[in-house]
Design a protein around this ligand. Structure first.
Ligand code: ATP
Ligand code: MG
Ligand code: MG
Length: 406
């Protein structure tokens, strides 16, 4: 793709201008998917200008951004050109060209969070090394270089063994499970072989998965959202319940681990900390995302300040907002593509139409140009008096089937 010419509406940064909005800072977002779209929606309310870099002409954020530059966030020249149009660079995806970001930072470009944070996080093995050095509890992990080594790791960690690709993972697309030693080769092959850069994690026998969105302002104030429960289907986040139905001691510990994890990273913005809760009440960190996250979609309707508004406040240097819930409970359901093409669209739209009949339900459609199986196409958030009430409402939307069938 050829990058677009600079939009005349995006004024050169050295030009003197009168400030009418809350902030004159032009926020550049690398990535224009649904997270970028919801950032733009929050920004429009505050009259903050967001420019987006994404290779797809009609990406979800495109129609809501102040300006969309068509180009790759993994291409050095493009990222440098994009940076000229922004006062602060931030992210809706961590799979970006971090070497260029480091170079730009040295030249004075403001990245929030810092390029060092993106570098640590975009390599999941490096991320684990970092957090273990900061005494964050994690499942045991080990690099994998060849089959002999993998067999040794299997003997040490036992089976099932979780094998993960170090880079470019999302929605479980970099994970493979070997149930026994004989499955090591097929699991490794499924991820593209040892040359792709793999590591192993000891199986975490969790009873629940939890997540905490943590915000850090430019003045280093840290503020945590309520702990949520995330329910995955085929490794993809599917349902989020807020607040998590766990003892307060567990919520306190989850918040503490999330706080410490984010405190070990540099830069402003919101971060999502994914956690495992084990049978004996232990909290282990799974991974951190340096950006708004699926587990925080519900905050748009359920919290005083949504994660998207919070991220913008953080990166432009406004005071952080109140992350607490303004409704007793919220449930978020991801609309995943069930069928390819037209039939997939019809099924999703039926679901959203049923949601419109439920009090407290809001629909979000990302307007992705193509429908694919298992793709995140939109979501539904329901707010209300209790989680059990919301479970019932969600079951009605899903045509009365129990949630377990979903
Ligand atoms: P995301 O879309 O959140 O970025 P990802 O592709 O980076 O996902 P992970 O978060 O590493 O993948 O794993 C996806 C899911 O797989 C987890 O939410 C959890 O359900 C399961 N999982 C991951 N690691 C382990 C483990 N060590 N033991 C058991 N289950 C695991
Ligand atoms: Mg991930
Ligand atoms: Mg994950």
């Amino acid at each position: 793709h050829q990058p677009h010419q600079a939009n005349a509406a995006v004024s050169p940064r050295n030009e003197e201008s009168v400030v009418h909005g809350l902030s004159e800072t032009v926020v550049g977002v690398l990535g224009g998917g649904q997270l970028g779209r919801m950032l733009c929606q929050a920004a429009s309310q505050m009259a903050i200008k967001v420019v987006v870099l994404d290779p797809q002409d009609n990406c979800p954020a495109s129609s809501f951004s102040h300006h969309h530059m068509v180009g790759s966030f993994d291409d050095s020249a493009t990222v440098q050109e994009f940076a000229k149009r922004c006062d602060v660079l931030t992210f809706e995806i961590e799979h970006v060209d971090v070497t260029t970001l480091e170079k730009l930072e040295k030249q004075g470009v403001d990245c929030q969070p810092k390029a060092s944070t993106i570098r640590i996080i975009q390599d999941k093995y490096q991320q684990k090394v970092h957090f273990s050095q900061h005494d964050i509890p994690l499942p045991e992990f080990m690099r994998l270089d060849d089959l002999e080594g993998a067999k040794k790791v299997g003997k040490r960690f036992g089976y099932p063994l979780m094998i993960k690709s170090r880079r470019l993972a999302y929605d479980g697309r970099g994970n493979a499970v070997a149930k026994r030693e004989e499955e090591l080769t097929s699991a490794v092959d499924a991820l593209g072989g040892f040359d792709r850069g793999l590591y192993a994690e000891k199986w975490a026998p969790f009873v629940k998965e939890l997540a905490v969105i943590v915000a850090r302002g430019r003045d280093n104030t840290i503020s945590c959202y309520p702990v949520v429960e995330t329910i995955h289907r085929d490794n993809i986040c599917h349902i989020v319940k807020s607040p998590a139905d766990v003892k307060w001691k567990i919520r306190e510990r989850a918040t503490e681990v999330a706080f410490n994890a984010v405190n070990s990273l540099e830069g402003a913005g919101v971060f999502a900390v994914e956690l495992f809760l084990t049978e004996d009440g232990e909290i282990l960190l799974n991974e951190v995302a340096p950006r708004p996250h699926n587990s925080g979609h519900h905050t748009i309707e359920s919290c005083y300040t949504s994660q998207y508004e919070q991220h913008l406040r953080a990166v432009v240097g406004l005071p952080l907002g109140d992350p607490s819930m303004k409704t007793p409970a919220a449930i978020m359901y991801n609309i995943l593509g069930e069928e390819e093409g037209e039939l997939g669209f019809q099924l999703a739209h039926q679901l959203m139409k049923r949601a419109l009949t439920i009090p407290g339900a809001s629909v979000h459609w990302y307007d992705k140009p193509e429908m694919r199986k298992q793709r995140k196409m939109g979501h539904i958030t329901i707010v209300g008096p209790s989680l059990s009430n919301l479970d019932g409402n969600l079951a009605t939307i899903l045509e009365g089937k129990t949630l377990d069938d979903k």
